[in-house]
Design a protein around this ligand. Sequence first.
Ligand code: GCV
Length: 636
Amino acid sequence: MPIVDEPVHPAWLPPGAWRPITGRRVRVTGEGLLVRTVLAELRAAGATLVETDGDVEFGLGGDPALDGEGFEIVRRDGRTLIRAAAPHGLLHSLFHLLREAPAGRYRPAVDRRMVDHWDNVDVHPVMGQVERGYAGGSLFWRAGEPRRDLPRVAAYARLLAACGVNAVALNNVNVHATETRLLTDRLAEVAELAAEFRRYGIRVHLSVSFAAPVHHGLPGADPLDDRVVAWWAEATRAVYEMIPDFGGYLVKADSEGQPGPFTYGRSHADGANLLAGALAPHGGVVHWRAFVYNHRQDWRDRSVDRARAAYDHFTPLDGAFRDNVVVQVKHGPMDFQAREPVAPLIAAMPATRLAVEVQATQEYTGQQRHLCYLAPMWSSLLRGTDGPAIAGVAAEMVAVANTGDDPFWTGHPLAQANLYAFGRLAWDHTLDPVTILDEWTGLTFPGASPALRATLHAVMDGSWQTYERYTAPLGVGFMVRPGHHYGPDVDGYEYTPWGTYHHADRDGVGVDRTVATGTGFTGQYPQPWASIYESAADCPDELALFFHHLPYGHVLRDGRTVIQHIYDTHFAGAAETAEMRRRWQTISDEVPTELFRRVAGLLNEQVRSAEEWRDQINAYFLRKSGVPDEHGRPIY
Ligand code: GCV
């Protein structure tokens, strides 16, 4: 069963992926919506549904310790027995069976695994239908109207469930005027979408504007004003009347021009608790983003450091949030760059429920024109390879969606692996990105030959580091074209108010964020990381210029100078993209033609763009430093 009908390309869970189920005698016990979904999936997969003694048995009544979504797989006498405590567990177990998961107990590492869409209802004059969207239009709205392509939404819900996702925010965190109406007179559109997601165990959330009461006639939105409290209580009651399992609100407040509690001299805890109070009687939560910083900074003032902002704003509020507030933190202290340290706020809010947000949409990692498999980055952040670990601290994981109405769902067909890997890592932080890619390959290209598997590993496993090599040396970010953020522009953001600088001059490059001589940012980390980052000798090379302003001749831990490292990695990264393109040509017979061609075309663009990056970055730093390349390669 293809995941959707033509003309969308059945690039995920095509018929062969159901081999572990097809033709088998399957018994399902239990009732309710999700059990009916499981039955429908099994029927479509060609299972024979039986009343007694199946080869595969799905049933409720598992160990309550498995909670709402866990399950157990037992293999006995050639039979597969699945027991879950609740129907959600049965649904997840179905997708685990397709991956031929071994016998054992399974439960998710975090309760909520959420995908946030940045979809607009209206076409935004600058950002379009989907902000930072690289996969076509929205699945939900087109030019101000609901699309009502409900079969496609159902297929999408199924795709997300197959990754392990159980919550979705439908609209952009930048909430414009039309979108505020989703909470009120356009709520029926949300209810219609929620009905499709519900069948796959996914709860729907909405981004709301903190100023929503003002849009609806109140004079202000002060969180301590009784009229405002009453407005939110009533609006929220009406939402739950129409959508009883509504997940809650997502809020970007006092950030990049969005309204927030600062207008009224109130704190983010006051703001978040206002909405939490309205949601609490109905079991909803508010996701309150910690992405709060001054985007009107004076670039001349080196004492201000955007990296510090979230920690400075939020740590004084630890313990002040209601139980149903989730503070949602971007994984790094800046903004989804190809390389950043983990955000120190994540390790500094022990009394607050935290969600960590990653960006599946590839705003700064190639915009789904470049192949960049992000699981190795996310896995290393979760495990804490180069900083405090996210695993065990984050109560929830969130990804900004990389999906749209593109026939391949994600623009670049192989970017589907990022969505899949997000769901799998959110479910089990210990999974190896290479194993996840194998799983995805098996589900996407059933019966994949060893040659196809080897090629996908060759082009994907190391693609994040390849991308980093030709774009972002040693933790420097934002050398992108302003506005749309595609392609190189070394000084594009250097003299702007956005707080995103590299401070390159003729002697050196990087931002001094030390306590000793810089912005003091390293002091926001717990030990031993504060000391490791503080010391240029101990700091991991890949973050060297994030934490330090270093002379071009500074010798890194790998033995190379900063300037030679810049040259070497940019030549290497660009050469690696050419090799990726060559490898892809070898498997033209092994994947569907349309998919082969789409990827081949995108790899041409990636090679072109990587050469552009290589030449601009190398030329810039040669001209600044005057230091020639040791190997005499062409630099312009
Ligand atoms: C939704 C970055 C992006 C913005 C985005 C913002 C955010 O600044 O460029 O498009 O806005 O992050 O995460 O809120």
